[in-house]
Design a protein around this ligand. Structure first.
Ligand SMILES: C[S@@+](CC[C@H](N)C(=O)[O-])C[C@H]1O[C@@H](n2cnc3c(N)ncnc32)[C@H](O)[C@@H]1O
Length: 266
């Protein structure tokens, strides 16, 4: 099984929850579940996306499938305000999906990058969707990351971070494959598009917010990367200070694209 890059520490669980809120405005304009009643969310983590979905779609019932028990218990805490809503939590491996019902929609966000056999996940979703059921995917495209000024600490750390994910069975560029994976799983009406951000000093607050967020994302794997011998501690500090330099540089640029896809089961 793929080793999960970010780990399950409390601090990481907080980061994941905050991340969902920070990126909400970028991810959700492209998603429309207004006509749907029961959604299957795979790799639901601590419920950050589930909460947004519950708020946006007051009539939606959600089944959360997650492999890690501690994520599910934190999700239950995070979603306490929605206890009157129809939410089900199931601990299961998304590559071996076996549920006793079918859904009219499915949602997967920042999950396939961590799974060595993403095709199996999409085939499982396909067999758990009703005819005309829709699927929405949002996944990383880490090679799109571009920043200015070029600084070696961040460059080297980012390269190691992506190498670490590959070494652990994940795929930091899985976003690019979404269209093909959906097609091979039998989906039709497939739409794929990039989303993301280009930040510079015309939006200094958002720029700073995003580089602070990026630090936390990068740090989530730091101790494991040091322990594995892939990097040394000083590179962690250099990455941190490079991100500060970028967000305060008058010519600073911070660019990243993720990929979204949606499709329909015929
Ligand atoms: C980066 S988190 C994203 C969580 C949530 N989708 C979000 O955006 O906040 C990825 C989640 O996928 C879960 N996961 C990884 N592999 C899985 C698998 N094979 N089956 C189910 N969940 C898995 C991890 O435990 C983790 O909670």
């Amino acid at each position: 099984m793929t080793k999960y890059l970010h780990g399950y520490q409390e601090e990481e669980q907080r980061r994941l929850y905050e991340q969902a809120g920070l990126l909400e405005g970028l991810i959700y304009p492209w998603i429309d579940l207004n006509r749907n009643k029961n959604l299957l969310e795979l790799g639901s983590g601590v419920g950050g996306q589930t909460e947004i979905l519950l708020k946006l779609y007051p009539n939606l019932s959600i089944t959360c499938v997650e492999i890690e028990a501690s994520q599910l218990s934190q999700a239950k805490k995070n979603l306490q305000a929605f206890q009157k809503r129809n939410i089900e939590f199931i601990q299961q491996d998304a590559t071996q999906l076996q549920l006793d019902k079918k859904f009219d929609s499915a949602f997967i966000c920042w999950v396939l990058e961590h799974i060595s056999d993403p095709q199996k996940v999409l085939e499982g979703v396909f067999s758990h969707l009703e005819p005309h059921g829709v699927i929405y995917l949002t996944e990383v495209f880490n090679s799109s990351f571009h920043f200015y000024p070029k600084l070696p600490g961040l460059t080297d750390y980012y390269q190691a971070y992506n190498t670490f994910q590959v070494q652990n069975g994940g795929n930091p560029n899985i976003g690019l494959q979404l269209g093909n994976l959906l097609h091979q799983a039998g989906f039709e009406n497939i739409l794929v598009q990039p989303g993301g951000f280009l930040l510079d000093q015309s939006q200094p607050e958002r720029f700073k917010l995003m580089t602070e967020y990026w630090k936390k994302l990068m740090l989530s794997s730091a101790s494991e990367m040091v322990a594995s011998g892939l990097i040394e501690n000083h590179l962690v500090n250099e990455m941190n200070s490079d991100l500060d330099k970028i967000s305060t540089d008058p010519d600073g640029i911070f660019f990243y694209q993720f990929i979204q896809a949606n499709a329909v089961k015929p």
